[in-house]
Design a protein around this ligand. Structure first.
Ligand SMILES: *[C@@H]1O[C@H](CO)[C@@H](O)[C@H](O)[C@H]1NC(C)=O
Ligand SMILES: *[C@@H]1O[C@H](CO)[C@@H](O)[C@H](O)[C@H]1NC(C)=O
Ligand SMILES: *[C@@H]1O[C@H](CO)[C@@H](O)[C@H](O)[C@H]1NC(C)=O
Ligand SMILES: *[C@@H]1O[C@H](CO)[C@@H](O)[C@H](O)[C@H]1NC(C)=O
Ligand SMILES: *[C@@H]1O[C@H](CO)[C@@H](O)[C@H](O)[C@H]1NC(C)=O
Ligand SMILES: *[C@@H]1O[C@H](CO)[C@@H](O)[C@H](O)[C@H]1NC(C)=O
Ligand SMILES: *[C@@H]1O[C@H](CO)[C@@H](O)[C@H](O)[C@H]1NC(C)=O
Ligand SMILES: *[C@@H]1O[C@H](CO)[C@@H](O)[C@H](O)[C@H]1NC(C)=O
Length: 285
């Protein structure tokens, strides 16, 4: 057998051995461990797993937010059976210690343990942070799986719709497939709250000079959801050339973006916005 065929076989075996139910058990272990603040409740976690928070690799699980018990008010997980990876969104409104967390769980194809726990962990002082607001607006949304997702398996098209959003940030020729309505929840602020049925994700226009870097995808075609972890330069005005650790979660319906949830970690509390949250620079996004 030619070596490329062997690689193709290895890939298909790995994909085939990563059923949705397996990934669901991982996100459920992750949530149980986070609720208790006890990584031992995550038996599928590799003993040598790498923990990354806001683009910083931690010295080990003991340094991770996973060791803090959190009352999770809402969670949403999606599962990528092709990459053998999963994504979870956690909202914690505890006024003393609120969080909104986006986490990617990457599975080792060799050991089938979770090898990487990569999170954007947001707290007060992060971009537009408002956990109560995040919970409130999320609850008004409908992420239910409709007939389209039951038949749609066009993973590439799903990913392309989300990619177009960031490609537009430095290329004005890109047309983003934004639905009508389309709603964007940033940190806890809804960007078009005036009239939910007429909401648009293009309030104030898009930037044209921002190169969004190091994109990492979780794609769940059965849920019509794509998450992109990336680096977002310019968001933190206090360090404008540094790419902010950021995650954008996209719900795509019938090929068009319906919801976007964003979490962004400011290097310095308030992202250099002097308490104004949204500046004039190219509007909101
Ligand atoms: C996560 O959300 C589901 C409902 O979507 C709920 O049944 C489950 O209890 C939640 N898990 C945790 C740990 O909060
Ligand atoms: C973790 O352990 C596994 C199994 O021994 C090994 O294959 C992998 O390379 C290790 N990963 C790291 C980051 O050390
Ligand atoms: C596991 O295999 C899939 C399919 O080949 C690949 O996309 C993914 O990156 C692999 N996971 C890791 C952690 O290397
Ligand atoms: C956070 O969101 C809640 C719910 O929408 C809202 O009542 C509250 O005023 C917001 N807080 C801030 C600081 O914007
Ligand atoms: C900008 O987007 C257009 C439309 O998708 C594409 O044809 C073009 O190649 C892009 N330009 C660059 C520099 O990527
Ligand atoms: C919301 O906007 C839609 C579309 O422009 C319009 O038909 C509808 O009347 C508006 N609703 C309210 C409450 O303003
Ligand atoms: C999606 O497209 C199908 C087929 O055109 C249509 O029946 C359905 O109403 C659409 N759903 C939404 C939410 O737009
Ligand atoms: C914030 O305040 C500083 C000092 O007054 C000023 O230099 C800077 O331009 C302000 N930034 C924004 C985004 O308003």
């Amino acid at each position: 057998m030619h070596w490329t065929s062997i690689l193709a076989l290895a890939g298909s075996v790995a994909a085939g051995s990563c059923p949705r139910a397996f990934l669901e058990s991982l996100t459920s272990q992750y949530l149980a461990a986070q609720t208790a603040g006890d990584p031992s409740l995550f038996p599928s976690l590799a003993p040598n797993a790498t923990f990354i928070e806001n683009d910083v690799t931690l010295a080990g699980a003991s340094h991770a937010v996973l060791t803090q018990p959190l009352v999770i008010d809402h969670n949403r997980s999606v599962h990528d059976t092709v990459q053998c990876a999963a994504f979870s969104e956690l909202i914690v409104t505890n006024p003393k210690n609120p969080y909104v967390i986006h986490t990617r769980l990457l599975v080792s194809n060799a050991t089938r343990h979770v090898a990487v726990v990569d999170s954007v962990v947001t707290r007060p002082g992060d971009w537009a942070f408002n956990a109560t607001g995040y919970l409130y607006w999320d609850a008004l949304e409908n992420w239910a799986i409709g007939p389209y997702e039951k038949v749609a398996t066009d993973r590439a098209a799903l990913q392309a719709a989300a990619d177009a959003y960031f490609n537009r940030f430095d290329n004005t020729s890109v047309v983003i497939p934004l639905g009508t309505p389309c709603a964007r929840l940033e940190g806890g602020a809804y960007t078009g709250r005036g009239n939910l049925t007429a909401n648009t994700c293009d309030i104030g226009g898009f930037p044209d000079d921002i190169k969004v870097t190091t994109r990492r995808y979780i794609v769940d075609e059965a849920a019509g959801v794509v998450d992109i972890f990336e680096g977002f330069p310019g968001l933190d005005r206090s360090e404008p050339t540094r790419a902010v650790p950021d995650s954008h979660l996209f719900r795509v319906v019938n090929g068009s973006i319906r919801y976007i949830h964003t979490v962004s970690h400011c290097f310095n509390a308030g992202c250099g916005m002097n308490g104004t949250l949204f500046g004039k620079r190219s509007g909101r996004w």
